[in-house]
Design a protein around this ligand. Structure first.
Ligand SMILES: Cc1cc2nc3c(=O)[nH]c(=O)nc-3n(C[C@H](O)[C@H](O)[C@H](O)COP(=O)(O)OP(=O)(O)OC[C@H]3O[C@@H](n4cnc5c(N)ncnc54)[C@H](O)[C@@H]3O)c2cc1C
Length: 399
């Protein structure tokens, strides 16, 4: 059976679904092909997903404009952020009040973002969702891009968008090479309870072997992301030893760690596709780039890819698979994503290096920056995604 669409998106994760909503709002006929199941409806009794993201202001605006923010649940806003350096004992603090903002960002569970976007997409007649699919073959000619599934269904469109994550099948099938950098760390994630509640504050502590983040959840617990070179050792600890090691690594800022969910871990590898586009093909989100999670920017960058690609395709009456058109998207995004990736790698080098003069200078730098209002405000506005010209979909239209 042959299905005909304007655009086929492979990957119905956060970025794929966001793009489907944006293009669907423009009236384009879109198919979303997802390897996994349809995201389950929200269950208030469910435990939080171990995978959460810190959404910045630009991502919030994008989700609002797509009607997904309004459907989100368990949104935890934070209005303070503390970054500490274990090597030099220096710290820097940010507060929403200093910036005249209501908050600095929001922590939301990945699966609830995916579900909210799925509901927004399902409300659009022009978007069709196909779950549990498996791609057999992908090909492109002068007129069409064609995806054949293992069950024989064929999807023909003018453009294929690869939103299928860090191991992107679309990227591989298109022969797009990737620059990779193994950070030699794994990110351990878990939901934990501490003696004192997290209280709308996001914490980050740079350690000699990595970085530890405590992100506040709505019920006072925290979601932790512990990126470490010693991850295997930490994962092998029994529960009691893990709670103690975690509390110690966090310098007991919220008192003892009382309880933890099961732990999961992700190897951390930075990747950047050499090209984001080819004739009739574009990559977005983790399919195009993965960055170290230390500044919580991964999906925020992915959502900006969505906003930019939707803007480029929405403004032109041209064939959406035209390479000339798609290059506008690549030009707008690749440089910006490279800057963020290099910035994260710079932070890594700076903070994981404990040669005494460097640790001392780092401490001094943090202390001085903490006292320099304008520099601090600029750093924070960059992280919040509110600097520079944003594509219309990432601009605040509703607040
Ligand atoms: C520990 C950790 C913490 C993080 N914290 C943050 C944070 O605080 N803030 C932030 O912005 N980012 C964060 N990130 C990054 C963020 O999770 C990713 O950038 C984001 O999930 C990427 O979304 P995506 O939709 O591009 O890809 P994915 O989330 O990987 O989604 C890809 C989708 O494609 C589907 N798929 C895969 N293969 C196929 C196929 N062959 N055919 C069809 N479908 C397919 C998958 O099932 C999935 O649904 C973190 C990452 C990690 C590992």
């Amino acid at each position: 059976m042959i299905h005909r669409y304007d655009i086929t998106i492979t990957g119905g994760g956060m970025t794929g679904l966001a793009l489907a909503c944006a293009l669907g709002q423009q009236g384009k006929k879109v198919a979303v092909l997802e390897a996994g199941p349809t995201p389950a409806p929200f269950d208030p009794a469910s435990e939080p997903d171990l995978r959460v993201v810190a959404l910045n202001r630009a991502s919030q605006s994008l989700l609002e404009n797509l009607g997904a923010w309004q459907r989100l649940r368990r949104i935890s806003s934070f209005d303070r952020m503390h970054v500490r350096d274990a090597g030099s004992s220096a710290s820097i603090g940010f507060s929403a009040a200093e910036l005249g903002e209501p908050d600095l960002g929001h922590i939301v569970e990945n699966r609830l973002i995916q579900r909210a976007l799925y509901e927004s997409a399902a409300a659009l007649d022009s978007v069709d969702w196909f779950d549990s699919i498996s791609i057999r073959d992908l090909g492109v000619d002068d007129h069409d891009a064609v995806i054949t599934l293992e069950d024989g269904r064929v999807f023909t469109s003018r453009l294929i968008v690869g939103a299928d994550g860090r191991f992107s099948r679309v990227r591989e099938a298109a022969g797009i090479t990737v620059h990779s950098r193994d950070y030699q760390q794994q990110a351990i994630i878990a939901t934990v309870e501490t003696e004192q509640p997290s209280d709308r504050t996001a914490w980050q502590r740079f350690l000699p072997d990595g970085v530890l983040a405590f992100l506040p959840l709505t019920d006072g617990r925290s979601s932790i992301v512990w990126s470490s070179k010693r991850a295997e050792e930490i994962l092998a600890l029994d529960d009691e030893a893990f709670l103690h090691a975690l509390g110690e690594a966090f310098d007991f800022h919220l008192g003892a760690v009382l309880d933890s969910s099961a732990r999961a871990a992700f190897p951390l590898i930075g990747r950047h596709a050499q090209h984001y586009v080819k004739p009739r093909l574009a990559l977005i989100g983790d399919a195009a780039h993965t960055v170290h999670p230390l500044a919580g920017q991964g999906v925020n960058l992915g959502f900006m890819d969505v906003a930019e690609l939707a803007d480029v395709l929405g403004k032109s009456a041209r064939d959406p698979g035209s390479l000339m058109l798609l290059r506008r998207y690549e030009r707008a995004r690749r440089g910006e994503n490279t800057v963020m990736q290099k910035l994260m790698e710079g932070f890594q080098l700076l903070f994981l290096n404990n040669i005494p003069p460097l640790a001392g200078l780092r401490g001094l730098g943090l202390t001085i920056t903490d006292q320099l209002g304008p520099l601090k405000a600029t750093m924070m506005r960059y992280a919040m995604g509110t600097m520079g010209d944003l594509p219309p979909l990432a601009q605040n239209r509703l607040r």
